[in-house]
Ligand binder design. Sequence first.
Ligand SMILES: Cc1ncc(COP(=O)(O)O)c(C=O)c1O
Length: 433
Amino acid sequence: MGNDKTEILDQVRAYHQNNVTSGFIPGVTPVMASGAVLDENDRVALVEAALDMRIAAGVSSRRFERALAKYFGLRKAHLTNSGSSANLLAVSALTSHQLEDSRLVPGDEVVTVAAGFPTTVNPILQNGLVPVFVDVELGTYNASVERIEQAIGPRTKAIMIAHALGNPFAVQEMAQLASDRGLFLIEDNCDALGSTYRGQLTGTFGDMATESFYPAHHITMGEGGCVLTDNMVLARIVESMRDWGRDCWCEPGEDNRCFKRFEQQMGTLPEGYDHKYIFSHIGYNLKSTDLQAALGLNQLTRIDDFGTARRHNWARLRAGLDGVPHLLLPEPTPDSDPSWFGFAITVLDDAPFAPKELIDHLESAKVATRRFFAGNLTRHPAYQEREFRVSGPLTNSDTMAEATFWIGVFPGLTDEMLDHSIATLTEFATRHR
Ligand SMILES: Cc1ncc(COP(=O)(O)O)c(C=O)c1O
């Protein structure tokens, strides 16, 4: 049987090598905005997990959690089925009765930014909390600490923001602000795996951080995400809420890790009620599978190479587009080294062309564009009837809804592809000088 498996996996490698596509024709082959970069080891990892029929969360999931926590130098990582689920768990954890007086209760506020991805904000609403939206700066696309500080009110209990397209916000100062004002800080690190601020990985400054492993992100599991924390109380709450709300932390198939399985009395349950079926939170099931984790474990070995490629690609676009008229090019936050998610461009007000004309031109030249997610979330149908507070004008978020988009820097792009993106943008913008 062992030999059969080796033979099958050898065939998988051969299959992979025979199915590698190559060759780039400018204007014909798409220059994608993002995508998974999968090699033969990824394919083998997936098939091996399938051969072993590890269909639920299991040994690879636990290994991945340990490896990711180690990468960040944090005590705990909890795998989830998406980055959105990770965000839901991180915010929900702050409402746990186990946090006693510091728990968030309905009506409490969480400061966030208007220009971002919806599921950074939705868990705030889903927990009966009130988002307080602030504006961001054009260029870095992050909110300043000053803007966040001005938004803090008597009911503000937490700050939750994403590092914009991989570009860190001033997270050390933000963590200091949170600590000075007695607030929780959640870093949505979904677009910034491997970015650093003052030499320290983003995702390690806040009380919790989240990751996404969707194919567009720095490493992938297909679908997947993670909640990271150094705080063991929060870690236990996240795990409980992820796993149906249960109080017990035995793995499925494992019994009595706490050595008190039949020796506790909780709630109004009878003495000795099986701890495996005692629920201490109104939980979910947001777990992922071992098939996903097996892929993630292999992807994790390439995290530094992926980061190097993303930085190289971003720098090539930045140098190649320098001086092109009518475009605001992105800037890294001072003291940061971003592992970029995308390359953001804002069409300046004085441009003799509409942003949509440029986007259409790029798309017709097969250079894929993406909007800066929601642009300004408060303008979307989903948020019209919702309770939120806005602190200060959202002028730049409006500009982002109207004139900002991003193009790809992911490791699957070659210099030739990036040069096609540069040439297409340059030709269009200078033609309209
Ligand atoms: C900043 C940010 N947060 C959260 C998410 C959600 O991640 P997922 O797609 O894994 O749910 C995304 C998705 O791209 C994102 O960009």
